[in-house]
Design a protein around this ligand. Structure first.
Ligand code: UDP
Ligand code: MG
Length: 310
């Protein structure tokens, strides 16, 4: 029998976890497969760890990993994927926004349909603030233009992968992890399953607008170096404009003998150049800071305890 691993990053999800456990076990027991559910407690402040422990007591198919502090969902997914022993591995949110009812279809696609991965995307962003949807759409448009990883709009992290694909994902050992990009970058044949957005059962979202903005910047920097080129191209353009202006004023002064009356022009040009330079330095700095963190080779997460400790 095949073993399916379900990786569940959890941050303050003690209310949703029992519901999640119930729904997923029901779904998988009908499938005639072995399975394990790996709850990754990402330094939660509520009873997430206790809940995971209780579930493990009752059902040894439930495993858990607990971090020493909050390391973020990306770290949680990585730890879960590393621990997963399954022939097939799925990543799911604990809040039931990823419908367990899709699991049979996903499993079938990967096992019998010739796909390496079955991924999901929501067709609507209902229940989300309008501004957030707008910026999310912009982000997907931009990142797909400037990077070679195929990143699908509305794609969730909810996906079921073959062992080969999981190993490929794990072989990317970068510190700045942007899973949506990593999944696209490793390639493989992916079946896309669409569904209508579901709201979370309990608790609240961990993403503020600012956090999402930072996350999208990380995505762009992890999968594209285009901003570095843009800043040099902008430098060239500005230099060219400055050269043309210099010629223009030079000729004007020679022909009309006009004394330079251009105080406002100078101020404008100086401000503009200063701004462009700062942007350029900022972009370089962002990449440098990422490189700095990569070269330190710090661990991506630290485990405090797992089910093997008891
Ligand atoms: N999550 C996590 N660590 C974090 C933030 C979130 O493990 O620092 C988990 C969270 O428990 C949930 C999943 O990531 O299972 C998705 O989070 P959330 O539902 O808040 O995101 P949304 O669905 O609103 O995009
Ligand atoms: Mg959610």
């Amino acid at each position: 029998m095949d073993l399916i691993s379900i990786v569940v990053p959890c941050y303050n999800e003690d209310e949703s976890m029992p519901l999640f456990y119930k729904a997923v076990t029901e779904e998988l027991e009908n499938l005639n497969v072995d399975f394990e559910i790996i709850f990754v407690d990402d330094g939660s402040k509520d009873k997430t760890l206790e809940t995971a422990k209780n579930l493990h007591e009752k059902d040894k198919r439930v495993r858990y990993i607990s971090f020493s502090r909050n390391f973020g969902k990306e770290a949680g997914m990585l730890a879960g994927l590393k621990a997963a022993k399954g022939d097939y591995t799925a990543v799911m949110d604990a809040d039931m926004q990823d419908p367990p009812s899709l699991l049979p279809e996903m499993y079938d696609a990967v096992k019998n349909g010739g796909f390496d991965c079955a991924a999901t995307r929501r067709t609507t962003r209902k229940g989300e603030p309008v501004i957030r949807s707008f910026f999310a759409r912009m982000f997907y448009k931009i990142i797909n233009k400037i990077s070679d990883a195929d990143i699908v709009d509305g794609a969730r992290d909810f996906r079921l992968m073959s062992r080969k694909m999981v190993d490929a994902v794990l072989s990317l050992s970068e510190y700045n992890r942007f899973s949506k990009g990593i999944f696209g970058w490793v390639g493989f044949k992916t079946k896309w399953i669409e569904y209508v957005n579901v709201e979370r059962v309990a608790g609240e979202t961990k993403w503020s607008f600012w956090k999402l903005f930072k996350y999208s910047m990380e995505g762009i920097m992890a999968f594209s170096t285009t901003p570095l080129y843009i800043s040099s191209v902008m430098g060239f353009i500005v230099c060219f404009v400055a050269f043309v202006l210099a010629c223009f004023y030079g000729v004007k002064a020679l022909i009309f003998g006009d004394p330079a009356a251009g105080f406002p022009t100078i101020v404008c040009i100086m401000l503009f150049l200063g701004g462009v330079q700062l942007i350029g330095i900022g972009v370089v700095g962002m990449y440098l800071s990422k490189t700095y963190l990569e070269t330190k080779k710090r661990p991506i997460y630290i485990i405090r305890e797992t089910e093997n400790d008891i």
